[in-house]
Design a protein around this ligand. Sequence first.
Ligand SMILES: NC(=O)c1ccc[n+]([C@@H]2O[C@H](COP(=O)([O-])OP(=O)(O)OC[C@H]3O[C@@H](n4cnc5c(N)ncnc54)[C@H](OP(=O)(O)O)[C@@H]3O)[C@@H](O)[C@H]2O)c1
Length: 286
Amino acid sequence: MTILLAGCGDLGTEAALRFAGLGHRVVGWRRSPSKLPAAIEGVAADLSSAPLPAVPADTSAVVIAVAADAPREDAYRAAYVDGVTHVLDALERDGVIPRRVLFVSSTAVYGDAGGGWVDEKTPTEPGGFSGRVLVEAEDLLRSRLAGSGTAAVSLRLGGIYGPGRTRLIDQVRSGSAVVPQDIRYTNRIHRDDAAAALVHLATMADEPAPVYVGVDDDPADMGSILRFLAAELGLPEPEVGDAGPARAGNKRCSNKLLHGTGFTFAFPSFREGYREVIAGRGVRHP
Ligand SMILES: NC(=O)c1ccc[n+]([C@@H]2O[C@H](COP(=O)([O-])OP(=O)(O)OC[C@H]3O[C@@H](n4cnc5c(N)ncnc54)[C@H](OP(=O)(O)O)[C@@H]3O)[C@@H](O)[C@H]2O)c1
């Protein structure tokens, strides 16, 4: 069976390599397919402009893991709303009915919860255009696939960190990290766990739910993470101060539903994950 990665950057490539490791044929659609490793059949495709290339007839799952080119609403719309539309158009055109289409979304679809918990049942209340566009793309995927024989699944990821994604480590190293004066929860997932979750949801025997929150077990507050990093790096604790507004709202995202599918995390918290990053293990896929 073939797995199609529509948008195949760091996360998509890591997932694709894992699908290939399980014996699947893996096809990766992106504008610069020459960047893909040999285990992935790269095909040049721009998801924001139709028509897309032919979909392999035996495609059992499609994973849409595209990212916007710029932090602007038009770029988000082109990547996510147009991207989903064109992928579904290509499936229809070619008469291919995969078991599942997975869409990589974000916890940005949730609003501020005053530090409270949110899960898949929490109404979406995006605080910015990125969350709004992602909600639109999720809704589009669900409505167009309803009754089609293909399950639509959105995986709402928290902040991805991992090899080469060292923003917080760099801030601590440079001394520019500021511990917020208030308790400010963050929600994150290691790139490898995000990729493993995509593989798990695409291949598990049970029918998936329409939405999963993809975060690790510990929605730790920013201060705890920065202090941990400083200790691991043998550096002084960052100062407490004005850290600016909480960009993603203050919320704790629950991964209970994902755990309930039997998924297990290689990096249940930022501690295991950042130790791995600090040790320089793994690569960020181009
Ligand atoms: N970063 C975070 O913390 C975070 C948090 C939550 C969710 N996410 C989501 O995670 C997903 C994947 O992230 P990532 O880290 O893998 O991003 P990435 O490394 O930037 O990969 C995205 C890939 O999308 C491809 N792409 C962009 N526009 C395209 C288009 N029009 N047509 C075809 N391919 C296109 C790019 O390849 P080409 O340039 O070769 O086309 C790129 O390789 C995104 O959906 C993002 O929204 C990220």
